[in-house]
Design a protein around this ligand. Structure first.
Ligand SMILES: [Mg+2]
Ligand SMILES: [Zn+2]
Length: 197
């Protein structure tokens, strides 16, 4: 059965913004995130992580570390009864240092590649789906995929909301949330009020 999805940014949205997460010790899940994802699970939304991890191409950490961090994330959330349905990430960067991952790609956000990958793995009702992230690029991603974009003020969010957003006339977030839990509450409330469901 077709399900709507919330595409979640990782760094600054799910976990604390700590520059590059180049060691498991730098990965800390933000308050309210497990509760937010649990609510998505309970309301039949797919919770799908879409993340740029250019540190791989830049040679800051090996790709294996990304998988270690993702296992930590899933386990940490599982302990609080929250389930991540899928994780898609871009390890590339045009001016990287690791040959294998260096170059132009179609998956580095705000390009749509990661969401395209997710759509091949899941039967997603895109008309009821959202992107939530802390960067303006996450909102651009939402726009490119014709999804609603929600910005959180955690991570780089407050900075982007204050200094980037005012200068953008074309693409605006559908909502600016305090954090992921606030974003999810808004999404669920909005969907509840939609008579087309
Ligand atoms: Mg982020
Ligand atoms: Zn890529």
């Amino acid at each position: 059965m077709r399900r709507p999805a919330v595409f979640l940014d990782r760094d600054g949205t799910i976990n604390e913004q700590m520059g590059y997460i180049n060691h498991p010790s730098r990965f800390k899940i933000l308050p309210g995130v497990a509760e937010a994802i649990k609510r998505l699970n309970e309301n039949h939304f797919l919770a799908i992580v879409v993340s740029n991890q250019s540190g791989v191409a830049r040679g800051y950490f090996p790709i294996e570390l990304v998988h270690v961090i993702h296992d930590m994330m899933k386990d940490g959330l599982k302990k609080k009864s929250a389930h991540i349905d899928g994780i898609f990430f871009c390890p590339h960067y045009p001016r990287g240092a690791v040959k294998e991952y260096t170059g132009e790609c179609e998956c580095r956000k705000p390009q749509a590649g990661l969401i395209d990958q997710a759509c091949r793995s899941f039967d997603i009702d895109m008309s009821r789906s959202y992107v939530v992230g802390d960067r303006y690029t996450d909102i651009q991603l939402a726009q490119r995929c014709d999804l609603k974009g929600v910005m959180v003020k955690t991570g780089y969010g407050l900075g982007d909301v204050t200094y980037v957003l005012p200068y953008q006339n074309t693409v605006k977030p559908a909502y600016i949330a305090e954090d992921l839990l606030d974003a999810v509450k808004w999404i669920l409330e909005r969907e509840k009020g939609d008579n087309s469901l």
